[in-house]
Design a protein around this ligand. Structure first.
Ligand code: HEM
Length: 523
């Protein structure tokens, strides 16, 4: 895709900025793989017998398992967040709540809760020994619970085959997908007291009986231990044969599939990569997923423009995919302006990141002319009359301009540094000044504020900024539109971006502002 595309940019960042610079939003919960959210931030390897990875993978399956291929209902749509669904007997346990407590933090206006569940599952599996999994975005959060339909261990083989067929999977795929999932985690005493006894182990305080000996990591031990009769899988060797669903499922083709997985880790890896991707891409019929998201080779990030008098301040970074730090590399930014001119700056290395358990690396460069000297050294100063229309990069002499289209930048509506604090009351009212470029002619400008609706979906509330009858010119090229932010809207924890509409097309603000640090309007 071509940058900028706010939704794909946001999904791509979560997908591919996994560790290191500008990353960690997901991996903080699953590195190391023995982490468990309910332990709090200081415990690296849980002594509960639980892990976030296992909770997320199980949540993804249970959320998807409501799908009905015949009528296209159900699927991965975060409907399991509704208490009515998560409290059903088929969804016993606190793992679903745990999962959304963590992954809700990465959801935003571009990333639905369902996409965050898919992203979390993929990033967790990739970083805990598993394969790279193709990711598509665009899942839509359900507004109500789905019909029941998650398989339960006491059900017979025929009903499991029928349940997976309804979800869109053959019997062989059922065997495989259960093995791919049950390489993580186990069965807990609290949820299944008749299947799993209490064991009073200080290193397994929730008495979890694990499916294989490497329960925080993806590997084919679930198959090796099953085939060699050394398995402790409580759904295979449980005392109550009625709940030995893995035994019935794994053995249902004479162990052909499980033997093939025990014999070939490569086959297990490739089969699971395909089936987990299909599981995550099983969505209600009306949902259209994006293409598989691949990393942009050169990607600007965090581009911010603001106006201060006759100067436009530009800050941001660029990520060079598939590169490592290299002091010899030179990266230059060229920007084209409204007057037909071009500016340029040499960028400074700002960090490195990695993804998919270190299989990919990226290096980052900041636009800051002098990163060690804030605040002035952090921004490039552009002449406001000339402005900016698009960017290009030159990496070691090679032009990077997205095949000639450049990296478009919009300077028609920007935050103005004349924004100010009206009073020190608490919450303290403030005035947001928005600078609108003469001739840009937006039909509307508005404040955007992230909110959640009654079903927990992220929405954007808009407040129109009135077009002034007599616009105040801030310089020869920009006029100010203002809005006062008062009352509870002005509390310092509420952040606003600036949206606008041109020729019937809405543009979202990319960076946020709040009352903190503003000078007094009176001065
Ligand atoms: C017939 C199908 C299935 C049955 C009957 C089944 C049954 C179970 C049961 C009883 C548990 C214990 C839950 C608890 O104690 O809270 C469990 C855990 C788990 N299941 Fe399944 N499962 C099935 C399919 C799957 C599939 C297809 C996946 C994913 C691809 C999956 C992933 C998991 C994971 C990761 C856990 C561990 C959760 C943890 O340790 O917190 N399961 N499953």
């Amino acid at each position: 895709y071509v940058w900028p595309s706010p939704k794909l940019d946001a999904l791509e960042s979560l997908r591919f900025n996994q560790d290191g610079h500008n990353s960690g939003a997901i991996t903080v919960f699953i590195e190391p793989c023995g982490r468990y959210l309910f332990d709090g931030p200081n415990v690296l390897n849980s002594k509960t017998g639980r892990s976030d990875v296992a909770d997320w993978v199980r949540t993804a399956y249970h959320d998807m398992a409501t799908h009905n291929v015949a009528d296209g209902t159900g699927g991965l749509d975060a409907s399991i967040r509704f208490a009515e669904e998560s409290l059903r007997a088929e969804n016993i346990g606190d793992g679903f709540n745990n999962t959304f407590q963590a992954l809700r933090t990465i959801a935003n206006r571009y990333v639905s809760l369902a996409d965050s569940l898919a992203l979390g599952t993929i990033v967790a599996i990739e970083n805990c020994g598993g394969p790279e999994i193709a990711f598509r975005g665009g899942r839509v959060d359900a507004t109500e619970p789905n019909a029941p339909g998650v398989p339960e261990p006491q059900q017979d083989l025929d009903s499991h085959i029928a349940a997976f067929a309804r979800q869109g999977f053959t019997q062989t795929e059922m065997i495989s997908l259960v093995a791919c999932g049950h390489t993580f985690g186990g069965v807990q005493h609290a949820a299944f007291p008749d299947t799993v006894p209490e064991i009073n182990d200080p290193n397994n305080t929730q008495s979890a009986a694990h499916f294989d000996s490497t329960f925080t990591h993806f590997d084919n031990n679930v198959a090796i231990e099953y085939m060699s009769d050394t398995t402790q899988n409580p759904l295979v060797v449980g005392l109550n044969d009625t709940t030995n669903s893995d035994k019935r499922i794994f053995g249902s083709d004479g162990n052909v599939t499980m033997k093939s997985f025990a014999d070939s880790p490569e086959l297990f890896v490739s089969t699971c990569a395909d089936l987990i991707a299909r599981m995550l891409d099983t969505v209600p019929r009306e949902v259209e997923l994006t293409e598989i998201i691949t990393p942009l080779r050169v990607k600007p990030q965090g581009i911010v423009l603001s106006l201060a008098g006759d100067t436009l301040k530009l800050s941001g970074e660029v990520r060079l995919w598939n590169t490592t730090a290299d002091p010899q590399r030179t990266v230059r930014l060229l920007w084209d302006d409204h007057l037909g001119g071009t500016g340029n700056a040499t960028l400074t290395a700002s960090g490195v990141s990695s993804a998919v358990a270190g299989r990919y690396n990226a290096s980052w460069y900041t636009f800051s002319p002098d990163p060690t000297n804030p605040p002035d050294g952090l921004v490039l100063l552009l002449n406001a009359s000339a402005g900016i229309t698009s960017m290009r990069f030159v990496v070691d002499g090679t032009l990077e301009d997205q095949g000639g289209v450049g990296f478009a930048v919009q300077d028609g509506v920007v935050y103005s540094e004349t924004s100010c604090s009206i009073s020190q009351a608490s919450p303290s009212p403030w005035r947001m000044d928005v600078a609108v470029r003469d001739g840009f002619n937006p039909t509307r400008a508005f404040l955007e504020r992230m909110s959640t609706d009654s079903t927990g979906r992220i929405t954007i509330l808009e407040t129109d900024i009135a077009r002034p009858a007599q616009p105040v010119a801030v310089n020869a090229d920009y006029s100010i539109w203002s809005i006062n932010v008062n009352g509870t809207d002005a509390v310092g924890t509420v952040f606003y971006s600036i949206g606008y509409e041109v020729d019937g097309v809405k543009f979202a603000g990319s960076n946020t502002h709040f009352s903190g640090g503003l000078a007094s309007c009176a001065v």
